[in-house]
Design a binder for this molecule. Sequence first.
Ligand SMILES: [Zn+2]
Length: 444
Amino acid sequence: MRRAALALAALATLASSPAACRWAPGERSRVVEVDEDGDGRIDFWRPRPEASEVRAPAQGTDPPRTVVLAIDAIPYELFAELQREGRFKAFFPASRLVAPFPSLTNIGFTAILRTRPPSGYEDLYFDPARDAFIGGVRDRLTGEYKDIAPFHEQFDWEEPRLWGAFVFYLPDRVREAELLRIEEILMQFARGGADPVGRNDAELVLYMGSTDAVGHVGGREALTKHLLRVDDVLARFLAAGGGRDRVVLLSDHGMSETPSRLFDLETALDRAGFRLAATGKETRDVVAPAYGLVGSIQLFTSPGQEEAVARAVVAQKGADFAVWREEPPPGAVGTGHDAFSVGAVDAADSPDPLDRPFDTYPMLRERVRQAFADPPLNPAHVLVSLEDGWHYGSALFDRAVEIRGTHGSARGSSSVGFLASNVDRTPAWIAATDAFPWLGLDSR
Ligand SMILES: [Zn+2]
């Protein structure tokens, strides 16, 4: 009951929130931002002629305070382009942060923040032991999502989850309300006031989640527009004192640039004599959670049906490849966690479906193996990566919104997010599992 009341209060805030404070016309241009040593990164700010300067930490140092802003679903290419255009200049050039496969939020942040595995790939997941679907929108209302995806515990602030449930229908309201709140928190932190939301005064981890829906529905143009606003908010924060702290920006995956349509999983399975079912009672029943509209499918099959199901799915237009975990034969040498091989099949029936160019399928073999070695608590038996231009998910939802971009597949467009630090020159490529040391989160 109390939770329902809180949820309603959050919704009321959303309905009435004013636009985030912006720079008054010309205000930003009055702040002096100086790149003293010509390395491309701002070294100090002088907010007003009479004010004292805010000096950035020297490269490679370890400032006492850290701010991490995780922005959902920002492709590396987009962030890098804005940096080349002179935005986000307080940061060294961004790294390409390669999401795990599938390139989904829960999987990505679990790897980046090194938290306990989530229950499933998305907030609605299938539990084979209970032979039932668990989670989904209802859990956003009750707060159970923190059990489903423990990485949420690492965020000192994120949008009330009810906003998340509305973000596809009220994207402008949600992203404004979110940016406004993040700006308030950042400005309070910059002024050195007591940390309004954090677990300690030295680390602040904020999550901007609305950008995922902005990208899905509004496409690259809408994402760019919103990121320019984020840059303005950050510039104010940095000039107000935040520029002395370690500040790290990152995203959990990319976003394709192609409008996409719903993959017909039911027909694919039907043709091969399988049945798309809500439970896995019969040998030829296949269960696949349909939730967000994403570029991958997680399939639960009866034991021994993995390869046949994978072949059935890749025969359908829109599927790129499918992979499954193959256990070693009983009595084989070398057992334990890593003693498995990966089966793979693609539409062309290539001899090695995972032998693909790095620039379009970065770190593919490692990511596919990791998907089975280090899975959610309820691992799927077959994972499918879709072609760009196709998504899978809730048919109801598919009819309600037009999808202009998505993520989830193994392709670079969906998988490559970014990481940018104002203290470290980070490597050109970082696997999501290797991102944590760059965040400067000593207390976690
Ligand atoms: Zn995400």
